[in-house]
Write a protein that binds this ligand. Structure first.
Ligand code: CMP
Length: 139
């Protein structure tokens, strides 16, 4: 699968790092195939993170993800899903490998700068959550 979904999260957008993150992704070999800036409402954030509904951090995550604008995008590369997860690094920036986006720009386990789909199946679902088929076909 050549496509995956990334979201530049509110912490990185608010810190003025959206451009740096996009540059990092392009330099890592991804093509940006679709992109927008939007602000999630609580219903949207809860739906997007529904798999985490039972986790103790769920409400805090929803509150963070609705705290400001985010930049969802579709990225293209060979083996896009595992490749992007390598480039962004571990969830916790303290554990993220040197030079990864989270090592460079994340503040904490929650405020961790960027989201990436964790499987091809989730990439399909998450791309469809933000981008219509008509939009993707128009590019
Ligand atoms: P993400 O890759 O978007 O997927 C789920 C998100 O939940 C994760 O990045 C973090 O922002 C957040 N998260 C995961 N684990 C924790 C945790 N232990 N405490 C707080 N937030 C977390």
């Amino acid at each position: 699968m050549k496509h995956t979904l990334a979201i530049i999260k509110p912490d990185a957008v608010a810190a003025g790092r959206a451009g740096a993150v996009l540059a990092h992704l392009e330099e890592a070999g991804f093509r940006i195939r679709a992109l927008r800036m939007t602000r999630l409402n609580p219903d949207q954030a809860e739906a997007f993170y529904a798999v985490h509904r039972e986790r103790p951090f769920f409400q805090s995550l929803v509150s963070f993800m609705t705290s400001g604008p985010v930049v969802p995008m579709v990225l293209e590369a060979e083996n896009a899903v595992p490749r992007l997860r390598e480039v962004i690094g571990a969830t916790d920036p303290a554990e993220a490998a040197e030079g990864t986006i989270r090592a460079l720009y994340a503040e904490s386990k929650e405020r961790n700068a960027i989201h990436a789909s964790d499987s091809d199946e989730n990439a399909r679902t998450e791309i469809a959550f933000f981008f219509s088929r008509a939009e993707l076909l128009a590019l």
